[in-house]
Design a protein around this ligand. Structure first.
Ligand code: CTP
Length: 401
């Protein structure tokens, strides 16, 4: 898909720039021609020499270089590309783009181009979460640019959170999507549940679990990047909303079910949420107080509605593909197989969430995909990569219908 395509890669300042060297190789392996622009910040992290050696092209750095301008005017750089990719996209460059500034070669090119632009943000979590950055990202998306990432995880600054540049192969896949126009799920509607649910005990206390929502959010984003119209029904979480997805924030299992039902009809339902199995019978209207007897209050629990089972067993408007997740701590595949039968879903993604696996809240997942045809054991992958692989499998399923 990338064979013969011309990609202009803009490398701005950030430690993630080292991954851009690998990105150049990956793009070239697929037959793309890669021409690179290094910003002043980018050149602090990777050298023009390594970029030139890998891309086998001159590297462009200076807006006012007589040499660069005589050999290749900055307008021509954009004109002679099929796609512009900014990786890493620093907070500074995104702010410039959002404001329409053009004070160096990269920002001038980006203002002058009429080509599709893909940007892969990478920065410290707090910079990413700052309202100014979030505002700039929204502006860029409204302007028609496409974002990929950032992912979650350990950052070079020692913090943990959103801000890590997407992996080179994910960026390659996004380039293929943009250039190949491959949107195999265009026209399909999907509902994805994600995160924990909170079940109120009284106005200040609740029952919950350790789900972070990372896997569900990544699936919602991956389905959207293949063209699906996605509603993400999300329990409380600290994640950024995935791009191109409609998010419905809820707290309890009952609200999650209602939001899913309100989002029907759908072709696809992926229930990745860790729904609380029980809620407290008769939530107290006032904060519960100690009564001085030393006896803790007894909490009576009632079972919550099973959202996956409800969606799987709908009459009339059942999504044609319903996918569940089975969080197990032992006999993972056996339990997941019987869970698939019991709930009536089409596919079950089984994962081991036992103590020590680090899956709950972690960045990686080892899953087994259980379908009517059999069991596939997938290698351990980043949750983003599991999401991309699952979305691809879903697209193939609809493609072969
Ligand atoms: N699920 C759901 N609604 C519930 C409980 C679970 O939609 N009230 C979904 C989850 O989103 C997941 C699947 O069911 O896709 C399996 O969740 P899991 O917690 O593994 O299963 P349980 O139903 O809790 O079964 P068990 O008690 O046997 O672990």
């Amino acid at each position: 898909m990338l064979n013969g395509k011309r990609i202009l890669l803009i490398i701005s300042g950030g430690i993630a720039a080292y991954k851009s060297l690998d990105l150049i190789r990956r793009l070239k392996e697929r037959g793309a021609n890669v021409r690179c622009v290094l910003t002043a910040g980018g050149a602090q992290f990777v050298t023009p020499l390594s970029v030139a050696a890998l891309s086998e092209e001159a590297v462009y750095q200076d807006l006012f270089s007589l040499k660069d301008e005589s050999e290749m005017g900055h307008i021509r750089l954009s004109r002679e590309a099929d796609l512009l990719v900014i990786a890493p996209a620093s907070a500074d460059l995104m702010a410039k783009m959002a404001a329409g500034l053009a004070d160096d070669l990269a920002s001038t090119l980006l203002l002058a181009t009429d080509k599709p632009v893909l940007f892969a943000p990478a920065m410290n979590t707090r910079m990413w979460e700052h309202p100014a950055t979030q505002r700039n990202v929204r502006t860029l998306l409204d302007d028609g640019l496409t974002a990929i990432g950032p992912g979650q995880g350990d950052l070079a600054c020692g913090e943990v959170g959103a801000g890590r540049m997407s992996e080179p192969l994910e960026i390659v896949a996004a380039c293929e999507n943009l250039l190949g126009g491959e949107m195999p799920l265009r026209g399909r509607r999907a509902i994805v549940t994600s995160g924990p649910t909170y079940e109120a005990i009284d106005p200040v206390r609740y029952l919950a679990n350790r789900s972070s929502g990372k896997q569900g959010h990544a699936i919602a984003g991956a389905l959207a990047s293949l063209g699906a119209e996605v509603v993400l029904v999300a329990g409380p979480n600290n994640l950024a909303d995935p791009g191109g997805v409609t998010v419905r924030d809820i707290e309890s299992a009952a609200q999650m079910l209602a939001a899913c039902e309100a989002s029907l009809p759908a072709d696809i339902a992926v229930c990745a949420a860790a729904v609380a199995d029980w809620r407290v019978a008769g939530e107290a209207e006032q904060k519960m107080k100690k009564d001085g007897s030393g006896q803790p209050p007894a909490l009576a629990l009632v079972e919550n509605p099973d959202i996956l089972k409800t969606l799987s067993q709908l009459n009339g408007n059942r999504p044609s593909l319903v996918v569940g997740f089975a969080a197990e701590t032992e006999k993972v595949v056996d339990h997941a197989k019987s869970k698939r039968q019991r709930k009536g879903c089409d596919w079950m993604v089984a994962n081991d969430v036992g103590a020590g696996t680090g899956v709950m809240g972690g960045d990686e997942n080892t899953v087994h995909l259980i379908t009517a045809q059999g069991i596939e054991d997938w290698p351990t992958m980043a949750k983003d990569a599991v999401a991309a692989a699952l979305a691809k499998r879903i697209a193939d399923h609809f493609g072969s219908e």
